[in-house]
Design a protein around this ligand. Structure first.
Ligand SMILES: *Cc1c(COP(=O)(O)O)cnc(C)c1O
Length: 432
């Protein structure tokens, strides 16, 4: 399998695409062709790991990692990813729970797979690879958890001091010696600029062997298509119909993975992207104009993206706005609607939903009557206990911590404070 940049560079094999993250021309890697499957190809697969083994094998053609696939998948699916039926009278609706991983959000799946691959390709105990990750909350924790304790690998997590929630901060700062937690005296944009500057600095970059694990790495996208495959196959076998998916979307990584799964022949019906008040994608579908902008702060903060990078991949795979409108729908959900949805989910389903997941439940409730008759799988991207300060006052009950999260929050946490400049970053890397 070859991987080509959305802007033309390449082709490279999987290993090179994983190592580079972003293509040399600034574009994003995509497989040069997608393998084609039918539901029967998965008849022998009884769990998600077995589904992933069939679905992902073609993507490893020509990779050094071919002989390690089963082990990589064992490390990726270390937690369950169930689709739980919701109490809805007139159709089949379920919730795909992507939040049972170590940091209780879907990013754990992609981060675990990428870590399993990269540590095999690049792990070196004498000269560790240093993964730099700037985070506004969720990504840093997932990446730290995935690389924690991996020999020959080091992670530096950069987060803006005072601008992540208490629980988020703890999840960024409670790891073993190979994870360095850096509290940057600045905003998220300063963290991101610092990572870019460090990677562009050839001297620093060769001293520390910098790499990134951000969401545009193809190694985070590929495994995300497996839970759509697994959930749709289960539904299809049980009911003979293709479920639709409603997916909370920000940078479009998780949503794109579902489009890719459908394009490979998995039994997936309509796909709807649920966005928050950041309307870049919704406006594009309405007006055919792509106009990225500054992001707005919303309650669904992990989806606060004004310039979704994976649109470049989606256009390459599926075409422009005119073509996209025939294949997908997009909704935009306001903070007021998110709050109302969290209350209604608790009243109607008896479950707490996180603010991101609530964009999907709101969208489902407001589908037109025809679409409502279709079977749907609503995607839950994070556990509500991660966003308890928003959720608990709305449902007027406390949200119990899942065991994994409780364990993390009971560990000691520490961080090193740095200024948002490259000298401070280099000093922190050298001294620790
Ligand atoms: C990252 C994130 C999203 C958005 O996912 P994208 O792949 O950026 O679209 C949604 N919900 C939660 C909880 C997240 O952490």
């Amino acid at each position: 399998m070859k991987y080509v940049s959305t802007r033309g560079a390449g082709p490279v094999n999987l290993d090179e695409a994983l190592r580079k993250g972003i293509a040399s021309d600034g574009g994003l890697f995509l497989p040069s062709r997608l393998p084609a499957f039918g539901p029967d190809d998965f008849n022998a697969a009884s769990d998600i790991r077995a589904v992933a083994s069939i679905l992902l094998r073609p993507f490893f053609e020509g990779s050094e990692l071919v002989s390690d696939i089963e082990q990589i998948l064992a490390e990726t699916y270390s937690f369950p990813i169930p689709a739980t039926p919701l109490p809805v009278a007139d159709s089949n609706v379920s919730m795909l729970e992507l939040y049972h991983g170590p940091t209780a959000a879907f990013k754990d799946v992609g981060a675990a797979f990428l870590a399993a691959c990269l540590s095999r390709l690049e792990g070196d105990v004498d000269a560790p690879l240093t993964i730099l990750v700037a985070t506004s909350g969720d990504t840093g924790g997932a990446v730290a958890a995935a690389f924690d304790h991996r020999p020959g690998m080091r992670v530096a997590v950069l987060f803006p001091d005072g601008r992540v929630s208490k629980r988020q901060e703890h999840q960024l700062c409670c790891w073993s010696e190979n994870v360095l937690s850096l509290k940057v005296q600045g905003a998220f944009d300063d963290c991101q600029a610092l990572v870019k500057a460090a990677m562009a600095d050839s001297k620093l970059s060769s001293t520390y062997r910098f790499s990134s694990a951000n969401s545009i790495n193809i190694g985070r996208l590929l495994p995300q298509s497996t839970y759509y495959a697994d959930a749709s196959l289960r539904h299809f076998r049980r009911t003979g119909t293709k479920p639709g998916f409603i997916i909370p979307t920000g940078n479009l990584g998780n949503g794109f993975a579902c489009v890719m799964a459908r394009a490979m022949g998995l039994p997936i019906g309509p796909i709807v992207f649920a966005t928050n008040s950041n309307r870049t994608i919704a406006d594009y579908f309405e007006s055919n104009e792509w106009s990225p902008r500054e992001s707005l702060q919303t309650l669904a903060s992990a989806m606060d993206v004004g310039d979704p990078s994976n649109m470049e991949r989606l256009r390459e795979l599926s075409g422009d706005a005119n073509a996209l409108r025939k294949q997908l729908a997009v909704t935009s959900v306001s903070d007021e609607q998110i709050k109302a949805a969290i209350r209604q989910d608790f009243a109607q389903f008896g479950i707490a939903t996180c603010p991101h997941t609530a964009t999907a439940t709101h969208t489902w409730r407001h589908l037109d009557p025809d679409a409502r008759r279709q079977d749907w799988i609503l995607v839950a991207t994070a556990h509500p206990a991660k966003f308890e300060t928003i959720v608990e006052p709305l449902i007027e009950e406390s949200v119990p911590l899942p065991a994994g999260l409780a364990d993390l929050l009971s560990r000691p946490a520490s961080a090193i404070s740095i200024q948002p400049d490259i000298t401070s970053l280099a000093a922190a890397l050298t001294d620790n």
